[in-house]
Design a protein around this ligand. Sequence first.
Ligand code: ADP
Ligand code: ADP
Length: 232
Amino acid sequence: MIRFENVFKKYERNGITTQALNNINLTIRKGDIYGIIGYSGAGKSTLVRLINFLEKPTKGNVIIQNQVLNQLSNSELRQVRRKIGMIFQHFNLLESKTVFENIAIPLILLKEKKQTIQKRVHELLAFVGLSEKANSYPKELSGGQKQRIGIARALANNPDILLCDEATSALDPQTTQDILDLIKKINERYQITVVLITHEMHVIEQICHKVAVMEKGEIIEHGNVLDVFGHP
Ligand code: ADP
Ligand code: ADP
């Protein structure tokens, strides 16, 4: 489903070169909850940005559902990206828009009919348990509620892949647990492949099937969570 083949990524800025990814080989199967763990600067966000095609590899192939990303036309790329949802540490909601409008954004971009959008947004709000917040603004919500809205927006297009970038790092332990439970439910119910990046081991241990440990742009270990971190 997601494959990295000998992927390198170099950033050049003000004459300074950073080797963010150094020969990454990785296979993430359909239906996996795959954790990527590592310290700040290890290359986790770069890896996720390559999956989302926000960045191109300097060398090597990123393959999503049998499509080699650097060989696609722009319209083909849009098709692939439409099937990828993403949630963020700081939620990235638009503060000037209501909860309903935030969730509707991906559907409006796809020029869906008003009626379709109404129905879908209300279904998604019910799914994340926040139907009563449709007309609230993000600033009126708790962190956990904001992340639920982020999740609803990410699911609006029925994605095949959900990317989670430190999605619980700004939340307290109980709220973290609730959000992880919701991600697990999404994975189980809709067979959505989840790629989750974090610097927190307990997040990986709670919901991931597989894990890759990153250090200085390389994957230094990968496999089943129990094999990599040891049995309790
Ligand atoms: P992580 O997500 O694990 O913290 P990143 O992928 O953000 O790691 O960063 C990996 C390395 O690439 C770091 O050294 C970082 O400073 C560098 N880097 C990330 N993004 C950019 C960028 N847009 N321009 C230049 N350097 C970058
Ligand atoms: P229930 O039977 O408990 O109501 P459903 O299976 O009908 O649950 O789905 C719950 C909600 O999730 C519905 O609003 C549905 O539209 C939405 N949904 C369906 N498919 C997906 C998907 N692939 N990704 C995200 N949400 C989805």
